[in-house]
Write a protein that binds this ligand. Structure first.
Ligand code: PEP
Ligand code: MN
Length: 363
């Protein structure tokens, strides 16, 4: 089925070099802090495509800094006047939209805690009817692709023609090296369905710390994202929000300098020839894998019939553990991780149970 584009115009007509850069503090705290953050970036020769700052901060727990509010918008205006950089803020309700538009903010973004709530997203969409401004939608905090797409659809219906997304990771209970798990497969599926969407990786909120930022940003570049969002603060350790993940102007520069930017395509005929040859070999193997899976399921049907006739249960956990263990051992020699082997075998096993179940209930 053909999907209809969500963004019907390119997100930006600015000429930019990948990565499209959104940088600036997590929160606008004081005029001095906003201006010296911008100054630090400029001193490093960095010109962000968008200068960001949170004005209203949706905090998970009450009692932490909840944003400076309206006065902060005039500091962003000052950054724009002094440096010529476009600005972006997070909006979560009608008042935020009106205040931001009045202050000349160039791009709006919807935060992860807002994307989860269709009432809030609809309220923002309604406030934007008749307004021509690009909007970026962060992924919802839970790994729900439909909810993410639904928010984009609400904005499109309200007449927003330039839409983009920000991948900031997904909440999970328990310890992890990430503040928010990247779950790269979710944004990859979004872009498969809507290849026209402009996509930014918010490495700061995925990592929650400084040391991991480069690797996540590099992964995003390798996956052909358009850009990155990196929270930047003149004095990160003293930041009023997200202190652990913000970088200074020079910290930002060193991340950007270390990024390798790869192209999606090459015009070199030798490269094209080589890659086509390898892709052909992959297609042959993929088709063989599918044929073999088909054969394997025929055997599952057969064994299902046999178990049925002898009144034996479908699942025998001893047998299943044996398969997993043997395969881990074999996989190791083939350079396949245990995680991959478990994932793929679990999927095969589930399908096989499904087949046997069907045989069992057939009269
Ligand atoms: C932010 O960008 O500062 C922010 C609050 O992000 P998120 O909505 O991704 O938590
Ligand atoms: Mn933040």
């Amino acid at each position: 089925m053909e999907t209809e584009a969500l963004s019907i115009r390119p997100f930006t007509d600015q000429v930019f070099k990948r990565p499209y850069l959104i940088a600036g503090p997590c929160s606008a705290e004081t005029e001095e802090q906003v201006m010296s953050t911008a100054a630090q970036m400029a001193e490093q020769g960095i010109k962000p495509d968008l200068f960001r700052a949170g004005i209203w901060k949706p905090r998970t727990r009450p009692g932490s800094f909840e944003g400076i509010g309206r006065p902060g918008l005039s500091w962003l205006k000052k950054v724009k006047e002094e440096y010529g950089w476009k600005t972006t803020v997070e909006v979560a309700n009608t008042q935020h939209v009106f205040d931001s538009l009045k202050a000349g903010v160039d791009v709006l973004w919807i935060g992860a805690r807002t994307t989860v709530n269709p009432f809030s997203v609809q309220e923002i969409a309604d406030a934007l009817v008749g307004v021509d401004i690009p909007v970026l939608v962060k992924n919802p905090i839970n790994p729900d692709l439909s909810l993410w797409i639904g928010s984009l659809e609400r904005l499109k219906k309200a007449g927003i023609t330039r839409l983009g997304v920000i991948h900031r990771g997904f909440s999970a209970f328990g310890k992890s090296i990430y503040r928010n798990l990247p779950r790269w497969e979710i944004p990859i599926e979004l872009i498969r369905q809507f290849p026209e969407l402009f996509i930014i990786c918010d490495a700061s909120h995925i990592c929650g710390n400084r040391p991991g930022l480069w690797e996540v940003a590099q992964r995003a570049m390798d996956l052909n994202y358009d850009g990155v969002m990196l929270e930047t603060h003149c004095n990160p350790d003293a930041a009023w929000s997200d202190a652990a993940q913000q970088v200074t102007g020079s910290g930002l520069k060193s991340i950007l300098d270390r990024l390798t930017i790869r192209e999606e395509k090459s015009a070199d005929p030798k490269f094209i020839d080589n890659i086509e040859d390898i892709r052909h070999q992959i297609d042959v193997i993929d088709s063989e894998v599918l044929n073999m899976l088909g054969e394997r399921m025929k055997l599952a049907d057969k064994i299902g019939m046999f178990k049925k006739l002898n009144n034996i249960s479908i699942l025998q956990s001893g047998r299943w553990n044996e398969i997993i263990e043997k395969s881990h051992e074999k996989g190791k020699k083939l350079g396949l991780s245990e995680e991959f082997i478990t994932k793929i075998l679990t999927a095969i096993h589930e399908e096989s149970i499904e087949h046997q179940e069907r045989i069992m209930i057939e009269s």
